[in-house]
Design a protein around this ligand. Structure first.
Ligand code: ZN
Length: 223
């Protein structure tokens, strides 16, 4: 006769722990994402429980060559979330530096998140010729536009296409859109990662119009 199963009272449920760096060039965005995922608790790092996993999230927004914790943290990381917001040249260069510094990034579960609040229908890109920052509307995706500064013709592609091309991401790295203030979406993105594991310038400021354009982000002109 077999023994009835013993009920153990008060024994801690074994939590499987994962460490997930939240990588991005914008510290505020990383913190907002972590705070949202943790339902309002403190960034820049914190622990949440999700689908039986204890997850430690940590903002990593410093340039890798200036962050002495980069290598030790990635030696124990179980994956990484990369956060993108703006798609102008400077933002993409900064994000690319961080992506390139992720060790074993081809084998490591990685997800790139394009972060934009719900209801926003525009995003910032950079002119491929002169670098001018330009706002484009979602409705302009698939159309041609012209840079207001150098007049170059620009094919307007989706944020995901810009990110995949500019960061040279393989198809194995998913790109998801999330609202960084939506807890369900932020947690969904983390759950997706776990599943993948298998577990302004004033006109009188003396700045020339060309410099102003270079620093400001302006709407793209219709072609
Ligand atoms: Zn241009």
């Amino acid at each position: 006769m077999s023994e009835p199963p013993t009920i153990r009272v008060g024994s801690p449920k074994p939590a499987r722990q994962l460490f997930i760096p939240v990588v991005g060039e914008n510290a505020d965005l990383c913190d907002r994402f972590i705070r949202t995922a943790m339902a309002g608790r403190e960034a820049p790092f914190g622990e949440i429980e999700l689908e039986g996993w204890a997850l430690l999230l940590k903002r990593m927004s410093e340039p890798p060559d200036r962050d002495p914790t980069w290598a030790p943290r990635f030696s124990v990381a179980d994956g990484a979330l990369l956060l993108a917001q703006h798609l102008d040249r400077a933002s993409l260069t900064a994000l690319s530096e961080r992506l390139q510094a992720v060790p074993n990034r081809d084998e490591r579960p990685l997800i790139l998140l394009f972060c934009r609040p719900e209801g926003v229908r525009e995003f910032k890109i950079g002119c491929p010729i002169c670098g001018q920052k330009l706002w484009v509307q979602d409705a302009e995706i698939g159309k041609m536009g012209r840079c207001v500064r150098c007049d170059a013709r620009i094919e307007i592609v989706s944020p995901a296409d810009v990110l995949r091309r500019e960061l040279q991401l393989s198809d194995r790295t998913p790109i998801l859109s999330v609202d960084p203030t939506d807890a369900g979406l932020c947690r969904g993105a983390i759950a997706n990662l776990i599943a993948r594991k298998g577990f302004g310038v004033r006109p009188d400021s003396g700045v020339s119009p060309a410099d102003f354009l270079k620093k400001a982000t302006v709407p793209i002109r219709s072609s």
